[in-house]
Every structure is written in structure tokens, then in C-alpha cells.
Design a protein around this ligand. Sequence first.
Ligand code: S3P
Length: 478
Amino acid sequence: MSTASVETESGVAPQSQHLTGPAAAVRAGRLAGTIRIPGDKSISHRALLFGTLARGRTDITGLLEGHDVLATADAMRAFGARIERDEDGVWHVDGVGVGALLEPDRTLDFGNAGTGCRLILGLVAGHGITATFDGDASLRKRPMGRVLKPVQEMGARVLQADGDRLPLTLKGTASPIPITYRLPVPSAQVKSAVLLAGLNAPGVTTVIEPERTRDHTERMLSYFGADLAIEDLADGSRRIALTGRPDLVARPITVPGDPSSAAFPLVAALIVPGSSVRIENVMVNPTRSGLITTLIEMGADITLQNEREAGGEPVADLVVAHSDLTGIEVPAERAPSMVDEYPVLAVAAAFARGRTVMRGLSELRVKESDRLSAVADGLAVNGVDVTVEGNDLIVAGGVRAGGDGAGGDGSAPDGLVPGGGTVATHLDHRIAMAFLVLGLAAKAPVTIDDAAMIATSFPDFLPMMRDLGADIQVGPER
Ligand code: S3P
């Protein structure tokens, strides 16, 4: 394994591992043990943002020290916040207050992070400052128009951009217009960007979301003292109304474990025979727990223990055992509550009996990669029978129908997936981790072309999986 410390603008160097180059996962014996999942990425970004907007010092325990979040920390420093990590791993943010952000003296580089970039576009839009946003090759391909449209209605101006892509320069306004915005796509990033712009507006900014998306921004705004009114409307949508120019006051935050990271050891334990794994500290907010619901419907043996509250979020320990899974139909309405989990759900589906039909996945096309294509290609190259119909993903469990050793129903008699393929990850951390998980239960090793992006969200993925008994080799070791 090749490792390197993570460098940030200010020289803070958290203890994370930076993997580079190809990696291969080999069929494992049983996976067993207890792991504690690192902090949630969505909440970590928001903790740094709201800490910057609050008066006083916000102490953050359990911040995810992945590259995406560190890029947000650097951006917050460029706006004038003082941010430090102490030797116990607690992060301290001395905020500047709503309306008081400084103009950055450098281009803000968000690397691979769509969340940091889109939320901070909203933040800049509502302040009288100009900032230039850039990112890596993946982020430069992702649409920013979904955020630029509402914030321009609020008075921000795009000074320079390549269509709606990065790099772009946004000029914010010190007096944003409070608007009512109905989300055209189910995106918590867009919802959050509008609310962040509305924080400095002289009036009430309203977002209506037809489909419920993750609600961490709303929870944290209320926690820091903002005046927020949330109402479920008769047509099933939700209205979120934020009164602008609140006095946000610093408060301590404990970041719960990321369910989107927990998804990888969770599915690994389900598909590797004989496994029994305990995953501690997993956030089970209903706007994020669609994968657990789906896997249980598929027959997964998952028990929630020690259910509690941490940092204003419901948290539990998950006890997972290898299970015989059955394919199901996953409804489109569930997509927002598990939008980042489809790559690894598709891997679980490859080991299920019968077909799993995942409906309504258009949003997967605008993630760190076109995940619908990346998942289908990765499964196909490993001998899994997969089709994409419009925005639906259909996976037939077991080996390709009529292929080597196929049973009468198209499933392999041993339920195994052939594997042996090399997967193109397209700079996408979740594609990388999902297919390493596939390799832990496939007949032949599964290789991914690059493990580097895993460090954006789950720097400890490799040591944690190895602790459970996984055989994953990276870079020169292979
Ligand atoms: C996120 C929202 C989701 C998700 C992303 C994190 C957030 O994106 O895919 O990983 O923290 O708000 P969308 O809002 O585009 O669905």
C-alpha cells in the first residue's frame, strides 16, 4: 500500500491514509469483528459551515477527516474562520458570523466534493463577496446550474463560467432576495444552498421539496438557533421557511457515523458466507436509511441495537450476519433516502436470488461519476447479468443466464458471481469501494483501476475491512 499524509492549506495533517493506484479484492473467508464507522460526510461539511457562520467557538467531535471535508475546512479558513484540530482529534471553529464572511484571496479548490462546492456556492451567493470555485476532473463535469439558477434569482451573479461547470466565479450579494423555491430535483445540496443564501436575506426564504431529502441542514440550523418553520403540505411535499439574518450561536457538535460508509462493510458481511459483523455508531436518520429498509426487505439479517441520539441525530449499532438475499423491486420514491448507496446495493443484488429492480435513478447520472453506467459496466465485466432501462437498473442475481454453471432460474447453483474483471472507477469513491466489496465474495478477484478517491469519504476503509478479515491489496503490494 502506498500512503501519504493529507496536506491542507494550513498544514493541518490528520492521520488518514491516502491510497493510490489499482487495488484488488480477493474472496474472503468469513468477515467478523466490531468496527466503528467514521463521521458522516454530510454532517461534517455542515458542522464546519455553521461553525463559521456562528458567533463563538464550535467544537466538533468525530469530524470526518476525508479529503472532501478538509477542502471545506480550507474554504472556511479563506472566509476568515479560524479552524484547528487538537491532539485529541477535536476540531475547533472560531466563527465570523452571518453576513461577515471575508472575500477569499485564492481560488477555492473543492477537489472531488460536490457537496462542499454546492453548499458554499449558496453561502457566497448570500454575501457581498466574490469567489472562484474549482475542482478535480470529476467535479468539473458536474452540473452547477441546479444551484446557480435559484441563487441568481436571489441576486447573485455568475461572472465567469464554462456553461454551468467549474471553474466558475460567483459574485454574491449582501442583501439576497428572499425567494420561494420549489426543488425541480430531489437534492439536499440544492435545498441547502438556497437556505444558506437565505441566511443573510432580509426576510423569509422558503424551499418546497416534493420528495423528502436528507434534513441535516434543517436540523443544524435549528440547533444553532435559527428560526425555521417546517410544514408537511397536503400534496405530500414539505415547506421549509427560514427567517433570515439570525444570530447563530456556537454549540458543540458530535458527528455520528456515516451510513453511506457503513453500507460497504454491511453489504460485505451479508454476501461473504459465515460473516458476523458489528458496526457501531451508524446514523439511522430516516432520510438516510433507505438501504437498511431495502436490505431487510431482501431478507438481510440486520439488527439495530443500542438505539440512541448523538448530535441531534438517531444513531444505532448494526449487527449483521451473512444472509440469503432475494431480489425485490426498489421504488423510485425511496431513492433520495439511499441515493449514494445504489452502487453497493447493486453488488448485494448480484448475490441475491432472482431480479432486483431499482427504479428512478436519474440522479445517479450526476454524481461523482455517471453511477448508473459505472455500476452496470462494473457488474457486466464481472459476469453479472445487468441491464439499464431508462433510469432503472436491473440486476439478476447469480451468474449470467446460460453462462458457466447457471441454474435453471439463471442463478448459479452456488450463488456466486464470477468476478475476475477490472472496474473503471471514474474518480468515484463509491464505485471503488462497492466493487472491492464485490471481490470479497466473487469467485475470482475483482480489480479496480484506482483506489485514490476512497480517501475522499472513508480514509480508513482499507484497515477497517482488513480488521474484519478482508483480503484487499493496493498499489505496489499487489
Ligand atoms: C448530499 C446530498 C446528496 C448526496 C451527497 C451528499 C448532502 O446529493 O448524494 O453525497 O450532503 O447534501 P444531492 O443533493 O445531489 O442528491
